[in-house]
Unconditional design. Sequence first.
Length: 431
Amino acid sequence: MHKEKATQTVCVVGLGKIGLTLAAVYANNGFNVIGADVNDKVVSTVNQGQSHVANEPGLDELVLRAFENKRLRATLNTKEAVSKSTIVVVIVPVLVDEQNDVDYSYIDSAVEEIAKGVKKNTTIIFETTLPPGDTKNRFGKRIEDMSGLKAGNDFYLAYSPERVYSNHILSGLEKYPKVVGGLNEKSLQIASAFYKKALQCEVIEVDSTDTAEFSKVAECVYRDVNIALANELAKFADEKGVKLSDVIKASNSQPYSHIHSPGIGVGGHCIPIYPYFFMNRGLKEGLTHFSREVNDGMAEYAISKIENQVGALETKNILILGLSYRGNVKEATKSTTWLLTEQLKKKNANVFVHDPMFTEEEIKSFSMEPLSLGDPRISTLDIVILQAFHSEYQDLRFEDFTNCKLIFDGRNEFNKEDITRAGITYEGLGG
């Protein structure tokens, strides 16, 4: 009689929105999962069978099912969790600082704990978006130095970038192939086999961890460049009095044309950050640099369009709709609202922010002044700027902005006729 093969234990280091989702999916696909995080509230929530991540369809049910089946638990002790696991998946954030230099503080700390717990034959897979070379040269060597084990022989090392989007993580895991690169052939084989079982998805194997890292950054650069092109076209369309939305519809009827939609700016953890992973590693000039300038300059361009309509902004009451970097997501990282508020305050405007995803206390914690749409002060607003189009704004009552002179539609989502019918001037991007 054959013995049943023991269930593999996986440690997911970092239980943010992507990490928790990965952990829950692995657990529901037959693995025992230990989630490791430095946030005790996150750990406590998971250990009650609850998801701390909001607005992620299907995740609550997956976490609860994994917990009830005793397949998922969480801990603050990364070292111990790693020591009990044969697969370790690392999804800890890497950001850039105010000078756009890479900030490794979170992931460096996590890697040190991993190195303390790693055993022979463990496979460590990084999913965090990284500058090419970091899996092997920064983290692999650090683990080797601390553990005394040799990567590729004593433990296995691979890289497989996360490629999903907030509010669509589960569907993205099913839809997008998993790109996997290994330090050597054995590392690649183990990581590839793991993902085929753990995610039940298509796997694209590439020749190295460097190639896999490069592919993720390249995806983000592609999007940044194409958004910058759309924004450049929008500015030129404004100059020529051409409606860019009609141009895009007509142009994109040609199958090789994929013009993106323009916008007031680009935010989030990905597009405005990851191009610097190339720019800081030797890509000295070109489209990647220029695109960053164009997209970060859209806030200033929007304000100049507003000034052309209403004049000086000093003492004007201005409401920004949306603290989030994009609609229906609760995430303020690199949101264009930061650029707008900074520049408007320099012009001595009175700036207010509304976002249904955040409480007023949360908005205040960002040193911004919240304003409810039910507050009587909305009747004193001079200008309203749409920065993130949340679904709650679809039925906005423009007639309540009784003093408003201009609504700037930074996402080209509002109905112009509804605004002009309320006696307010409409201004958008690209005609």
